[in-house]
Design a binder for this molecule. Sequence first.
Ligand SMILES: [Zn+2]
Length: 215
Amino acid sequence: MRVSEDRYTRDRLRLDLALRLIRHEARTCTIRLWTGLSDDRIRKLYRSYVEERGPSAVRRHRGKSPRQAAYFFRNPETCFQAAQLASLFLLHGLIVAGGGGIESRYRIGAVDSGLLLCRAYEAFVDLHAPARISFEHAWFLLAALAGRAELDLARCTDCGGVRLRDLLARRDPLCAHCGPRPPTAAARVAAGERGLGPLLESARWHDAIRSRAPS
Ligand SMILES: [Zn+2]
């Protein structure tokens, strides 16, 4: 009896995570990766979600998942938002900043890691209207940081805040906040008013990151 209850709970958690991912307009392959559900089951879930909330509730994305790290450097606002999202990954414990660079702390296919990814993304969306980074790009950002081949986090030489570093190109050592074209005033106000402002201050940034680094 206990075994079947545990199994029921696990199934329930997977379905809840899948619905959350559908709400974030994740692709079927991403939902399958994080939940282990079959494509058929995901399609049924998607249909019931749309039936309940109407076709405009969620858009379905097809094709390949994002793979271009350059996407995050396309303009200062996107770069600014990507650095904030990366910080939320750190604060949610999905990655840590160790002595040798970024280290992954999530497990693909583990429901608790999937939920942390959703929570980090939801916190990000809550801070930005409109958010420039889709869930699929957020997942790509996390994987690229953990992969350590294309992206890294570094310190802005001006404000000391965290900035995204493109490992394949020479980029400005300043963050999007201090760079030649800062993000819109609205984004700065939104970040400050909603509590992300302190994350841009070097001392708190580095405290937050240090506290999550492995000892
Ligand atoms: Zn800066």
